[in-house]
Write a protein that binds this ligand. Sequence first.
Ligand code: C2E
Ligand code: MG
Ligand code: MG
Length: 736
Amino acid sequence: MVSTPSSSAPTSPPRRDAVARESADVAILERLRTPVWIYDFDRKRVVWANASGLVLWRADDVETLAARDLAVDMSPTVATRLAQYQADFERDDITFSETWTLYPEGRPTTLRVLFSGRRLADGRMGMTCEALAEITDTPERLRSAEALLHTTVMITLFDVDGRALYRNPAARQSRARVGESFAARFADPADHAAILAALDAVGSVVRQVRVVTSNGVRWHEISARQCRDAVNGLPAVLVSETDVTAHKAAEAQVRFLAEHDTLTGLPNRAMLQPEIERRLRAAEAAGREVAILFVDLDRFKTINDSLGHSIGDGLLVVASRRLGETVRANDFVARLGGDEFLVCLDLDCDAGRAAQTAERILAVLDAPIRIGGVDLTVSASIGIGLFPRDGRDLDTLMRHADLAMYTAKAHGCGRWEMFSGDMKADVERQLLLESQLRRALENGEFEVFYQPRLAIDRETIIGAEALLRWHHPTRGLVLPGAFIPFAEKTGQIDKIGACVLREAALQQKAWADAGHDLSISVNLSARQFRDPRLSEMVRDIVRETGCDPGRLQIEITESMLIGDDVTSAACLRALADLGLSIAIDDFGTGYSNLGTIHRHPIDTLKIDHSFVATLETRPALAELIIGMCRLLDMRIVAEGVETEDQLEWLKARNVHEYQGYLFSPAIPADHFDELLRRQAELAATPPANGRSALWDLVPLVRREGDVEWTTAGETPKVRRLAIAGAVEAFVRRDGH
Ligand code: C2E
Ligand code: MG
Ligand code: MG
């Protein structure tokens, strides 16, 4: 469609006389010698031209010219450029000249054209174009002029005072306002100063900076170089700019992902180091303190394992949000991984703030959390390290805060601890023990010893208690008291306990195959007992080893029965259903009432050795305990029998079984074999003085695991025990 400045309707063809009538300046344009024409952006037509213009456009009259649809041959870049001009004229009242190549009737004609905005009769923005000169230059120059016109690179030539001498269309479109200086382009004046300094020093510079454009603040890569103005030879600066905002945003996104935890959005370990190191250096310079808080959620693994990862993730998100809300805006919170978080506080001469913040964190985390319809509570353990007191570098500080956190866990969780020197030695010992235990399992440093259990009336070995020993590479033989409680805490007992059970089951089978019908009892830790997969594991072990489950006994303590009756009942029932018998170990030291014990499938009570040891001084207590056992109508085993008097006393009260140093400590399986062999041998010999010949089998124990056997009849016989080289006990035994 064609329109002229005078056209009344956008669709009606233009009429030259109408132009003349309605627009006085058209008459002036008409008289100009230089070619002038008016362009309608929307219709992509020349809607008016003076006589020279018609010659230029090779048209006989305006009607013919206006009938030409220029869109037919127009490249998309030219179309975009013209649309930009229209917007430029809407925005600013400007005039500019450019070298354009026109194609009237398909013949290229390169011109220096002066463009200015002009309202058409219907109010839309059009453009007056005046050809200043026809350029007949080398093809090279013509093409470069064209390229300059259409490139998206923003090119500007500034004079030394920063005034623009020339802008290509892209630069013109990008400038924030008309007549903008080089300095005004920069969002940060420091970037302008830096570019000028670099130009001064080396003559050229490339830099990515934030610039103010017609589209707001953008990232541009600016390439500037000193040159001379081709018109007057004066020094100038040629600046080309490309928009790198999208690139920068992608870069920032990549960096954000690399430095932040995707789940919680908190900074991660990668970001933590430079950030905290920066804070430490700043605090050092100002003589201030910094606190590092290691926050570790308690029981998170249990929640994650039992309720599923999506609930676990939800919990981490809520916990991290609460952490962020608890600290001040300029404090730093990061996720170290798993359920571990780190908080860094600038203390500003307020050392008490670390402890107060730790208290507040514990309090906010304590509030119930509802995730996926599940109500949860979570507590945390916090360790605090102070800069510079507890470490001058990040590594030491983090290690010490971690140690303090570890101590808080060891002291029962849900609390905070400030790092101290003692802690270090303590925790380092424990960490060492943990790694040594791991290695012990891998290297087979554990061995199961067996302590004979005897029928009290017949003095015959009827069973054995499996007791774990650790052959430590430097410390020698280590007893379970020194590592089992720790292994329970770290969870290593799961693997260790399973090994002991398997070993004991294999041993039961081996002895049964050799004709010894022995019941083997195995101690179970509370943690193993709470594992819902326990009975399944026992079933697997029974099946794989081929042992007789009826000759396997599990020893648990009274305390394991306290609390959740339902779970323990189910667990005990499952074990009993497999055919195992259940004994209560260390009976009398716990708090279970007799009713509790009665409700479970328990058949044996092992009287704790402390009652046996105090038989002589406090016999009433032992009487009471035995009385209780009898009330429950269960098999009674006395532990820790060391003297003949104790044995006699127990025998008189119809205790069923005993075990103790009097007969034998726990010994390695092959020594136990020897004991069984001799027992069989002596059983063939008629008893002397009414006693079992076994009585003469006196193990002379120099050291656990280093047993010498004698049947020599010398009296008094002395049994010497040196357990783990530390405790020495002498048990005198007068013969008969
Ligand atoms: P416990 O089950 O009550 O085992 C009896 C403890 O008394 C054993 O100590 C045994 O060596 C010791 N003992 C035996 N006869 C006498 C005696 O005449 N006098 C005295 N004073 N003590 C005697 P041990 O082997 O050091 O084991 C200590 C505890 O470690 C055991 O107590 C048991 O609770 C635990 N334990 C041992 N092995 C394992 C295991 O494989 N798993 C688990 N969970 N706990 C184990
Ligand atoms: Mg036991
Ligand atoms: Mg015991």
